[in-house]
Structure formats: structure tokens, C-alpha cells
Ligand binder design. Structure first.
Ligand SMILES: Nc1nc2c(c(=O)[nH]1)N[C@H]1C(S)=C(S)[C@@H](COP(=O)(O)O)O[C@H]1N2
Ligand SMILES: [Mo]
Length: 326
């Protein structure tokens, strides 16, 4: 997303999130005891075998495909989707996949905080065990820059994480944050960007059946450049909403201000639902270029997912429907 480097007010530099609570890692035995498991029968519960090694990925891969989500287009070639990526933490070119290998994705501490019954930090693998079995879904992805892909993601419905977090009745939004480590991610040394990357959804969006927490791609564990170990996938919204390498889920009653919205609110808003009829201020959104074939195809409202999500927005912005697509 090319945007003018705007010098921001300095107050973003010391967000309330600057201090990460120290996370004490339980070893596996301690975790099993804490979780109340006896040891026998684990193989059945965690049908992935990952229980045997300290830093294994939770599987199995490939996960069973959920046939409700089949993409509707030819799959993008795997090497395209894993080498043409947007991950500004590693630079603003599409060609950062090699640099991203520096990211250590296990162990990976995830903090769940804000308006929840019990704030906690938990390792991503332990979290995934608690969220239940993985599934595969093929989704179309539409970047605001007008390229698109069709990709098989592995993961769990984001609604499961929301249920696990037990938000209080006053929570209205889910704010998500990417890691902050300029030594690993050289893009984060560029101080005109409001690091860390932040995104947000309403809780109604976060618990919609389509919202997905992805752990893998093309039947394999996620690669760093695609947002390992945990990234959001919200296919009815422009791609920048699908935040990568998440370290924090905060439940809040305040609408989160996203990374791109802080940089340029006129071009990248909170809702960012795909709509071919609402142009970006600097280009048309009427069509998209498919990664791989290079074909140009028409863009669809809600990226073709209106049946699943249009209801979320019924009655909103009666005087300015375009607001939903900004
Ligand atoms: N943390 C983080 N998440 C991010 C981005 C980013 O730069 N940093 N880029 C976004 C954009 S613009 C897009 S289009 C998608 C790209 O996902 P992909 O590279 O796996 O195709 O990731 C989104 N999530
Ligand atoms: Mo994007």
C-alpha cells in the first residue's frame, strides 16, 4: 500500500501496549497438569502427534477440508502466494519472503486482554490445542492494491478464540496486534510507520462464520512471510485487514484505529469491505489482477461473500453506504 510517509504525532510511539507482561512458559508436563489432562488418550484429543516434541506445530497437516468454502476460482500457484507477499515489517516490496525467515515463530506468546473475564498470556501452540481441530478453507483474497489470489488456509474459526477469551458484556471490538521487534523485522526501524501493525473488527464480524484464524497455507504450516504462526483471514474485506503474526488480542469498547488508518485515514478506513463501485481515492476497484495467471477479472461486492456477511451491516450508514467500503 503505497502511501506518503507522514510524520505522525509522537504519542503513538509509546502506546499503552509498550510493556509486554512477562510470560512464564510452562513446560509441557506442567501445562498438561494445569489443563487437567491425565496423559493417556492425548493422542486422540490432539490427533496430530505434535504433543511429543517441544516446538512442534499443531497439526495435522493437511487438515480436513471444509467443503463449505471452496474458493470458486482456480487456486493460485503456491509459489506465487508464498513469494509475492505484503509484510511491511520486512520491507515495502512484495519480495520480502526470504528476509521474513528470520522470524522465530515458536515459541510464540499470545496475550489475550482487555474486557475479558481473565486476561492471560498463552503460547500459540497451547492456545491452538484449546481451540480444537484445524480445518482447511479455500478463500479468495483481494488486496486493496487490486491484486487477488485464491488460497487454501488451514486454521480455526476466529469465533472459537472469542469464545475461549470469554469477553465481558461491554466488549464491542476485537483489536489485534502484530509482534514488535525491529532487530528481526527491519521495516520496523522505519519510524514513520506506526508500529506495531494493528487491526480491528467488531465482535459481530469476529464471530461471523467466515472470520478465520489461519495457522497454515496449502496444507502445510504457515510460512513466516504469510504471517506465521497465527494470522487473521477476513476474505470479504481488503487484504490489509488480515493482520499477520498476531501477538495480542484485546477486547475493547473503543473502535481500534488500524495501522493503515493511522497512516492515511482518507485512503484506508476501519470497515474496508470490498466493493468494486467505491474507488480508492487514487485508483479504481472495479477489477482485480489474479496472481499467477495475471488475468483481470471483475471485483465483486464483499469479494463475493455477501451471502455470509451482508447482514452484519444491514441498517448501518443509511445516509452514506459508501462508508462501509472505506
Ligand atoms: N502485520 C502485517 N499484516 C499484514 C500486512 C503487513 O504488512 N503486516 N499486509 C497486509 C496486506 S496489505 C495484505 S494484502 C495481506 C497479504 O497477505 P499475504 O502476503 O499472505 O498474501 O496481509 C495483510 N496483513
Ligand atoms: Mo493488501
Amino acid at each position: 500500500l503505497k502511501t506518503m510517509p507522514v510524520k505522525l504525532r509522537k504519542n503513538w510511539a509509546v502506546p499503552e501496549t509498550a510493556v509486554t507482561p512477562e510470560h512464564i512458559y510452562m513446560n509441557r508436563r506442567q501445562w498438561l497438569q494445569a489443563a487437567g489432562f491425565a496423559g493417556a488418550g492425548l493422542a486422540v484429543i490432539f490427533a496430530g502427534g505434535a504433543i511429543n516434541s517441544a516446538h512442534a506445530v499443531i497439526g495435522p497437516y493437511p487438515a480436513p477440508r471444509n467443503e463449505a468454502y471452496v474458493g470458486g476460482r482456480a487456486l493460485t500457484p503456491e509459489d506465487e502466494a508464498t513469494t509475492y507477499t505484503n509484510f511491511y515489517e520486512f520491507g515495502s516490496s512484495k519480495n520480502i519472503w526470504r528476509r521474513a525467515q528470520k522470524l522465530t515463530t515458536s515459541p510464540w506468546s499470545v496475550t489475550i486482554d482487555g474486557l475479558v473475564e481473565k486476561p492471560q498470556s498463552i503460547d500459540a501452540e497451547d492456545l491452538l490445542r484449546q481451540l480444537g481441530g484445524l480445518e482447511e478453507r479455500i478463500y479468495r483474497h483481494r488486496c486493496v492494491e487490486a491484486w487477488a489470489m485464491t488460497v487454501p488456509w488451514t486454521g480455526v474459526a476466529l469465533a472459537r478464540l472469542v469464545a475461549f477469551a470469554r469477553p465481558t458484556a461491554s466488549a464491542k471490538y476485537l483489536r489485534m496486534e502484530t509482534f514488535l521487534d525491529p532487530l528481526v523485522a527491519p521495516g520496523q526501524k522505519q519510524d514513520w510507520y506506526p508500529w506495531p501493525y494493528v487491526e480491528g473488527l467488531t465482535l459481530a464480524e469476529a464471530t461471523n462464520e467466515l472470520a478465520f484464524l489461519a495457522t497454515g497455507i496449502y496444507g502445510k504450516p504457515m510460512q513466516a512471510q504469510n504471517g506465521a504462526p497465527l494470522r487473521l483471514v477476513v476474505p470479504w474485506k481488503y487484504g490489509f485487514k488480515s493482520i499477520k503474526s498476531i501477538t495480542r488480542f484485546t477486547f475493547t469498547d473503543q473502535r481500534p484505529v488500524s495501522f493503515w488508518e493511522q497512516l492515511n485515514a482518507k485512503e484506508y478506513g476501519f470497515w474496508a469491505n470490498v466493493n468494486p463501485d467505491v474507488s480508492h481515492p487514487r485508483w479504481s476497484q472495479a477489477t482485480e489482477r489474479l496472481l499467477g495467471s495475471g488475468d483481470r477479472v471483475p471485483t465483486q461486492i464483499f469479494n463475493g461473500y455477501g451471502a455470509e456477511v451482508a447482514e452484519l451491516y444491514s441498517g448501518m450508514f443509511p445516509n452514506d453506504k459508501r462508508a462501509l467500503f472505506h
